[in-house]
Design a protein around this ligand. Structure first.
Ligand code: ATP
Ligand code: MG
Length: 472
C-alpha cells in the first residue's frame, strides 16, 4: 500500500529533495506514521531517519526552506532538530545499538534502515515511509506493525526480554501506549514486563514521571494504573498507591478497597477535567488512608486525619519522583487536604454558612475541589448516588449565590488592623487579632454582611467587650 496521502505536507517534498542532493535515503518513522494510520489528528512532531548523517540532512533541509530555520544539533545523540511552522522535525542517522547491563544508553554504530527498525520499541512504532523519489510513500513494515495497529496490540519487534531489559523505560512506554490508544499488551510482552520490573530502577524519575503524566492525561487512566499494578511496576514507582490495596475484615466489618476506589475516582474526574494536577489530586486523594487505618470495636474502620497525613505525603512523593515542588504541588496538597470537606455538605442540606466557610478555605480552588468531590462519589447504591450528586448541584449553586453577595473568595478583612489601632488608640497587640477574628467569624456565619459599615459597628461592640476606649 502507498501512503503518499500521509506526505502531503510540503515539508516532506523538501526533505526528499534534500536527501537526493546528499545522495542518501530518508524515511519518516515512528509516531507520525502510527498516528497517521490511526487517524489520531495532525502530528506535532515528525521523526526522520537518514541512512547516513541525520545532522547533515537537517542542515540541507534548512538550506532548502525559504526562511532558513535554525538547526539545533545534539552532538552526543547524533540528532538534529528544526522547526517548520508548528511542527518539530527530528533527524537521526540510522543506527545499530547494543546495550550494557547498567545503563539504558546504548553503544551506537551506523546501521541500515533495518537495524534502525530493530532498535525501535514496538512494532507499531517501527513503521517507516520512504521519502525517495522513486518509492515515495511506500511503507516498510518488517514486523507487521500495520496488522498490530488493526488488532490494537502492543508488541516488541524482537524478543521482549531483550527489548525491555535493554531499555526498561520501554516498559513504561508500553503501558502508556496501551492506555493512550486503548491497546492490549501482547501476552509474552506483559509477562516480560513483570519479569523485568526491577530493571525500572535504572530509569530516572524524571522519565518515569513523563510517562505517568501521559497515562494520567489519557481518557481512561485506570488502564495504565491497573497494568502498572498487575506487572508489579507500581510497587517501585508509587508504593503509596499499592498500600491502598486490599480489604480488611474484623468482626464482620469491612472497608472498601481504596486502590480500586481511587482508580474509579481518577477515571471519573478525567471525564470532567483536563487539568493534569487535578487528576494527580484524584490519584493521591486517599493515600493517607493506609497509614491512618484503624479498627475500633464500636465504630468500625476509621481513617482519622487521613487528609492531613495525605497532604504531607504528597510533598514526599513529589520530592522522591523529582517533580517540581512548586504551586502545582501545593495545589495537589490543598486538594488532598480538603478532599473530604464537601462530602459532608453532600450528605445533608448545606447551610449558607457552611458554604461560606468552604469558599473561604478553598479560595479560587473551590470549583476544582467540587469537581474532585463529585468524582469521589463511587457508591454503587443508586439512591445515594443521586442524592449526593443533587446535593452537590445545590452546593454549586449556593457557592455562586454566596459569592455574589458576600465575596468570600480571596477574603480581605473589611476593617483593617490600622483602623482598629487608630480607633482605639492601640499599639500592635493581641486585641486587634481578637477583633479581626470576631468580624471574620460573623461574616462567615452570616451574622453581618461583608461590608465596611457593618464590620465597623461590630468592631466598636467587640472593642467595648474587651474594655477598649474609643479615641476622642
Ligand atoms: P509520542 O510522540 O506520541 O509520545 P512517539 O512514538 O512519537 O509517541 P517519541 O518518544 O516521540 O514517541 O519517539 C519517537 C519514536 O522513537 C518512537 O515512535 C519509537 O520508534 C522511537 N523510540 C522512542 N523512544 C524509544 C525507546 N525508549 N526505545 C526504542 N525506541 C524508541
Ligand atoms: Mg513523537
Amino acid at each position: 500500500m502507498n501512503y503518499k496521502q500521509a506526505l502531503k505536507n510540503p515539508i516532506f517534498k523538501i526533505i526528499s529533495k534534500s536527501a537526493k542532493e546528499l545522495q542518501l535515503d530518508a524515511y519518516v518513522i515512528g509516531g507520525f506514521v502510527r498516528d497517521y494510520i490511526l487517524q489520531r489528528g495532525t502530528a506535532k512532531d515528525i521523526d526522520i531517519v537518514a541512512i547516513g548523517s541525520g545532522i547533515e540532512l537537517a542542515k540541507q533541509v534548512a538550506k532548502n526552506l525559504p526562511n532558513n530555520p535554525k538547526v539545533q544539533v545534539f552532538k552526543t545523540y547524533g540528532t538534529a532538530m528544526l522547526r517548520f511552522e508548528d511542527i518539530e522535525i527530528e533527524f537521526v542517522g540510522a543506527r545499530k545499538e547494543s546495550y550494557n547491563e547498567d545503563s539504558r544508553n546504548p553503544i551506537v554504530e551506523n546501521g541500515t534502515l533495518e537495524d534502525d527498525q530493530n532498535r525501535r520499541d514496538f512494532t507499531i512504532n517501527a513503521l517507516a515511509l520512504d521519502l525517495s523519489e522513486d518509492n515515495y510513500g511506500n511503507i516498510l513494515d518488517p514486523f507487521n506493525g500495520i496488522q498490530d495497529l488493526k488488532e490494537a496490540i502492543i508488541r516488541t519487534p524482537l524478543n521482549p526480554d531483550i527489548t525491555y531489559s535493554d531499555d526498561p523505560l520501554r516498559m513504561m512506554r508500553a503501558i502508556r501506549f496501551a492506555t493512550q490508544l486503548n491497546f492490549k499488551i501482547e501476552e509474552e510482552s506483559l509477562k516480560s514486563i513483570s519479569k523485568n520490573k526491577e530493571r525500572i530502577k535504572i530509569i530516572t524519575n524524571e522519565r518515569i514521571v513523563v510517562e505517568l503524566n501521559k497515562i494520567l492525561e489519557s481518557s481512561k487512566p485506570s488502564i495504565g494504573f491497573l497494568l502498572l499494578e498487575e506487572t508489579g511496576l507500581l510497587e517501585y514507582i508509587l508504593p503509596e498507591l499499592t498500600a491502598l490495596k486490599g480489604i480488611d475484615e474484623v468482626e464482620g466489618q469491612k472497608h472498601k478497597d481504596n486502590f480500586y476506589h481511587t482508580l474509579e475516582v481518577v477515571d471519573n474526574i478525567s471525564k470532567n477535567t483536563d487539568n493534569l494536577w487535578l487528576r494527580w489530586a484524584a490519584l493521591l486523594h486517599d493515600i493517607g488512608k493506609a497509614p491512618t487505618k484503624k479498627f475500633h470495636k464500636k465504630i468500625g474502620w476509621t481513617f482519622h486525619g487521613h487528609e492531613f497525613k495525605g497532604s504531607k505525603m504528597v510533598y514526599h512523593l513529589f520530592k522522591r519522583l523529582k517533580m517540581p515542588l512548586n504551586d502545582k504541588m501545593k495545589f495537589v496538597q490543598k486538594m488532598v487536604y480538603m478532599s473530604s470537606r464537601p462530602i459532608v455538605l453532600a450528605e445533608d442540606m448545606a447551610t449558607d454558612s457552611a458554604v461560606r466557610r468552604l469558599v473561604f478555605d478553598a479560595g479560587d480552588y473551590v470549583e476544582d475541589l467540587m469537581t474532585l468531590c463529585e468524582a469521589d462519589i463511587t457508591t454503587k447504591n443508586p439512591k445515594k448516588f443521586k442524592k449526593y450528586h443533587n446535593n452537590f448541584k445545590i452546593v454549586r449553586n449556593k457557592i455562586i449565590e454566596v459569592e455574589e453577595r458576600d465575596h468570600i473568595r480571596n477574603f480581605q478583612p473589611p476593617v483593617s488592623g490600622e483602623i482598629i489601632m487608630e480607633t482605639f488608640n492601640l499599639k500592635p497587640c493581641r486585641e486587634i487579632g481578637t477583633i479581626k477574628e470576631a468580624i471574620k467569624e460573623a461574616i462567615l456565619e452570616g451574622d453581618i454582611p461583608n461590608d465596611f459599615e457593618a464590620a465597623y459597628q461590630l468592631m466598636l461592640k467587640e472593642g467595648e467587650k474587651l474594655g477598649l476606649k474609643v479615641k476622642k
